[in-house]
Design a protein around this ligand. Structure first.
Ligand code: ADP
Ligand code: MG
Length: 448
């Protein structure tokens, strides 16, 4: 149990971990404390008090060396030396939206120069255990994520998944080097569940915490692939998910320059909304991919918005409107049968794949950077993967995808991004409040 005197309200109760986030002063509001104990029904595993109002505690200082690993020393300028272990174990927690993800990663720096490999360090990572609970079924009836339901479900699942991962990995809490959680961007309530459990656990086992940017997690996940070992900065990244469609230039860990992004819907959203218009299942991306296999992409003419413009920005709202118009016509003539759905699905997929590949080719030409990593849920799309495989042959460029199971949200990418930051020498911080950042521009990330 962690009791925190910040301004939030009680949030999470699950299994033996109870995280009480209360605006009350402990001594004055003992009824809150009593309530917490009763709610936990005697199943507490530990009781930790900490004061998140003490903003200075946990900042890097030579005194604060407790849980950080040994062996390699890193010079941090005026802040002195910090110690970085050659091997780090990081627990990652993801709760930004509709997946509860937990993973334990063991990572180590590469032996090569500082300009090669993952995170410019050649670091390699091994997934010791991972667990994921998708809320797809929970939200399916609503055709999209219902934030309140998402938070409640995270509360119920998260502690159990953490326990499972720790026991499957067979790693003792004492051997952890950091506990990482998604700090943002995402749904505020959902983020708070992960943040509070991570902070509570970190305080309970006296380990540093790292708040991870969700998109940085997606962005760095292709680098877990051993084939990424000789990837060099700078490279380009296409982040393509339910909430984002961005092309970035990556010059280093935390050095991300936005080259283009969607001006309206994200590509994943275009899949989801088109599927909804056609009466297909949720989430729309995998459904459209499945229906496409029996469809003809050339039956319906769909637009490729902004394709011929000199910008690297995307737009998918027009595509959705075109799908709506076709579907309305088909409905009114009673012609929206399964073949029409399959043909429309194939047309939607082809249009999105054309736009994504076209813009990435342009970005590679404009920047003369011929390495591209692709991350985010839409990266699981097989047609997109095949199109990029063809482009990499034609244009002699290198395209790396995250493994399909790591394309959508997961705890592995959070643990991995944090591990790269730890290995890169990012100073640890102690549990110090339950901050989350539902809106958090990638450009505001600290450099490593
Ligand atoms: P976010 O983090 O923004 O919620 P995710 O990275 O979890 O996004 O990805 C979810 C999105 O990916 C959804 O819009 C879903 O439709 C899309 N998606 C998942 N699998 C596929 C696929 N095989 N083809 C196309 N889109 C997909
Ligand atoms: Mg998601």
């Amino acid at each position: 149990m962690a009791l925190d005197r910040s301004r939030f309200f009680p949030l999470a109760l699950s299994r033996g971990f109870f995280i009480e986030l209360s605006g009350a002063q402990l001594g004055e509001q003992t009824d809150l404390f009593d309530g917490a104990l009763k709610a936990a029904k005697g199943s507490l595993k530990g009781l930790v008090f900490f004061d998140s109002n003490n903003r200075h505690r946990g900042r890097l200082s030579k005194k604060c060396s407790g849980a950080w690993p040994r062996k390699t020393h890193k010079y941090l300028g005026h802040r002195g030396f910090w110690q970085v272990s050659p091997v780090v174990h990081v627990l990652g927690i993801e709760t930004s939206c509709d997946e509860t993800g937990v993973a334990l990663i063991r990572a180590q720096p590469g032996s090569g120069s500082s300009q090669t490999g993952a995170g410019a360090s050649g670091a390699t990572g091994e997934i010791l255990a991972q667990a994921l609970h998708s809320q797809v079924a929970l939200h399916a009836a609503y055709g999209g994520v219902v934030p309140e339901l998402a938070s409640r479900d995270h509360i119920q699942r998260l502690a159990g998944l953490v326990e499972r991962v720790m026991s499957e990995a067979g790693v003792d809490w004492a051997a952890l080097d950091a506990i990482a959680f998604t700090e943002g961007p995402g749904l505020a309530g959902a983020l708070l569940v992960g943040a509070s459990l991570a902070q509570g656990l970190a305080a309970a086992v006296n380990k540093p915490v790292i708040g991870v940017h969700h998109l940085e997690g997606h962005l760095l996940s292709p680098l877990l692939d051993p084939e990424a070992g000789d990837l060099r900065f700078p490279f380009l990244a296409l982040l393509v998910s339910g909430g984002h469609t961005q092309i970035m230039r990556v010059d280093g860990l935390g050095r991300y320059a936005l080259l283009g992004e969607t001006i309206d819907d994200a590509a994943g959203e275009a899949f989801d909304k088109s599927a909804q218009l056609m009466g297909l299942g949720y989430p729309g991306g995998p459904e459209i991919a499945r229906w496409s296999t029996s469809g003809r992409a050339d039956r319906f003419d769909l637009p490729r918005p902004l394709m011929r413009r000199p910008t690297l920005d995307f737009s998918f709202a027009g595509l959705k409107t075109a799908v709506l118009t076709h579907v309305q016509k088909l409905r009114s003539s009673l012609a929206l049968d399964d073949q029409a759905r399959a043909d429309m699905a194939a047309a939607v997929q082809a249009a999105i794949v054309d736009v994504l590949t076209g813009k990435c080719r342009k970005a590679m030409r404009d920047t003369e950077i011929h390495q591209l990593v692709i991350a985010g849920g839409v990266g699981a799309n097989q047609a997109l993967r095949q199109a990029f495989a063809e482009i990499s042959r034609q244009d002699q460029c290198r395209v790396l995808f995250a493994p399909p199971h790591l394309c959508t949200d997961n705890g592995v990418m959070i643990a991995w991004a944090a591990a790269l930051r730890v290995l890169g020498g990012q100073p640890p911080s102690r549990a110090s409040g339950f901050s989350v950042r539902p809106r958090w521009p990638l450009a505001e990330l600290p450099l490593v």
